[in-house]
Design a protein around this ligand. Sequence first.
Ligand SMILES: NC(=O)C1=CN([C@@H]2O[C@H](COP(=O)(O)OP(=O)(O)OC[C@H]3O[C@@H](n4cnc5c(N)ncnc54)[C@H](OP(=O)(O)O)[C@@H]3O)[C@@H](O)[C@H]2O)[C@@H](O)CC1
Ligand SMILES: [K+]
Length: 493
Amino acid sequence: MARGHCNWLLTPSAMGEVDAAAAASGIDSYGLMEKAGQAVAAAVLRLFPGAERFVVLCGPGNNGGDGYVAARALHETGAPVALFHFGDPATLKGDAATARSRCPIEGAPLDTCRPAPGDVIVDAIFGAGLARAVPPAVADIVQRVDEAGLPVVAVDLPSGIDGRTGVVMGAAFRARHTVTFMTRKPGHLLLPGRMHCGSVETFDIGIPFRLVEAKGERLFVNGPEAWDAAMPQTDAAAHKFRRGHLTVFSGGAAATGAARLAAAAGLRAGAGVVTVASPKEAVAANAAHLTAVMLKAVETESDLADYLHDERRSVFVLGPGFGVGAKARAFVTALAAAGRRLVLDADGITAFAEDPQALFSAFADSVPRLVLTPHEGEFARLFPDLAADPALSKVDRARQAAARANAAVIYKGADSVIAAPDGRALINGNAPPSLATAGSGDVLAGIVGGLLAQGVPAFEAAAAGVWLHGDAAQRAGAGLTAETLINHIDRWH
Ligand SMILES: NC(=O)C1=CN([C@@H]2O[C@H](COP(=O)(O)OP(=O)(O)OC[C@H]3O[C@@H](n4cnc5c(N)ncnc54)[C@H](OP(=O)(O)O)[C@@H]3O)[C@@H](O)[C@H]2O)[C@@H](O)CC1
Ligand SMILES: [K+]
């Protein structure tokens, strides 16, 4: 992974360890708080130069400490500042107590705060240390600020958002802008947290990067840094079979469109040859619509065995429109036994709902050669215990699923998480809402298959596939359909 902070993600507890390591290495911790608070004040002034009053809400920990620094910095510019505290400020400790002692503004209890038009709210109640649902006094001010429609700038995280999971703990501010420090946290990207953050600014308060790196959790924002090195290189002379052969299984005569979308996407993503393998009854329907994509009748297990005699047929997509049942299970088992690489999507995933272990066992033996692409409902069918465990974040779930299945897992959603069996994980952030359209998942499965066909390892193919899918959607614009989406898929090199 590339150096630099911008794609790193740390959970709040890891950030706390970084903080402690910085202090242990001799860095003045109050100096860090001072920089954090100053950065917040600068952002507030930049974004809201016309504010009539800045209302700074300070909590009982270091997030509140940042708030006292910001309040002082705003006050020093001559701006009107009001300060309200949650809890007894006399009990503040350490750096937060220092920050308060240097702040000339007399605060008042939070429940006396009456937001008014023209106010800009600086939310420094809870950040990384939020440990449970917010108390009623905080839920109450969240509601009043929301009702008044006032802009909020959040310090580190909007109070009420769990930085590890992105979950709303009872109630949470909806910020216009969030200033966080050193790295973003998973809660800035995972839903619903992302919806509460507004724009997110990551400010470097001066902790050396080696300390961040030392506490890194192999969790990043999905982007080219994570997979660029594994992508196929352009080679104008490459024979088409050297760019790999992707096969997409079609459903029956009434369900052929999904496979064709996946096949077309695989071709756009750079596979050298793409074949739709179709039941006999659907050959005519497929033939009527395919040009660059080849077509082959593969109906029975024996047909599949014949088809697999050609070793170049190495990568498969099974699921889109395929139907749920014994045939899906038998085909998957045969592909696994033949050492093939597989993107298992949609119906292909649901086919194993009764016996997920059969799927996991079939691919347990080797370097990961299975990519699973479940959305929320499909994930719960394969991993019901993980889906039901409220203590797990979406990242935790995807990681544990990947390890159990020995697969790269794309846990889909507006905040797709991609995980590898070895614990690497990425949160995707480039998917526009327009991607939630019919056939979009088929296109993703095809892109990933197209990358696998070119020899990209499972995790990198999954991650690059998700990113290229989002990138294509951005270029396709708001009115995209699955077909126009395909036309915007770019080969990476
Ligand atoms: N990382 C860095 O490098 C730097 C980090 N900095 C800043 O530090 C922040 C983290 O500070 P933090 O650890 O003190 O946690 P914070 O969010 O202030 O909350 C803890 C307090 O809230 C309380 N509390 C929690 N939940 C509650 C609830 N539901 N209801 C009621 N109370 C609740 C909790 O009480 P307790 O759970 O102990 O009873 C405790 O008193 C971080 O977000 C960033 O802004 C910067 O200064 C620069 C350097
Ligand atoms: K906050």
